[in-house]
Write a protein that binds this ligand. Structure first.
Ligand code: SF4
Ligand code: F3S
Ligand code: ZN
Length: 103
């Protein structure tokens, strides 16, 4: 599961489409955590898609991640600023790849 303390335990490695990526990042097999308010651990995501289907405000978009060992697409929190903290995505992800911090 995603580390809920990732902000303390990781450093920002890069920026992706306006959100932070928390490292380590070593493409293609290590991709880090994308987003901060809505955070997706790309190294855990298996591209189940439930988060994209269920998010009422369409926070997520698919991004291509060729040659990643878990899946070749990932749910990117492209619009994390739109999140209304319903927590549905956290509940439906089968591998607990998502952390939403309502603060
Ligand atoms: Fe979307 Fe709700 Fe998840 Fe926020 S908590 S990203 S609104 S499903
Ligand atoms: Fe990935 Fe979980 Fe969404 S596996 S696609 S973050 S439901
Ligand atoms: Zn991203």
């Amino acid at each position: 599961a995603i580390d809920p303390e990732f902000e303390e335990n990781r450093d920002i490695a890069e920026d992706h489409e306006g959100h932070s990526v928390w490292g380590p990042v070593e493409e293609p097999e290590t991709l880090g955590i994308h987003g901060t308010h809505v955070a997706v651990d790309f190294d855990i995501c298996i591209a189940d898609g439930a988060c994209l289907e269920d998010c009422p405000v369409d926070v997520f978009e698919w991004v291509d991640t060729p040659d990643h060992p878990e899946s070749e697409i990932k749910a990117d929190p492209a619009h994390e600023d739109q999140c209304i903290d319903c927590m549905l995505c956290v509940d439906v992800c089968p591998v607990d790849a998502i952390d939403v911090d309502p603060g």
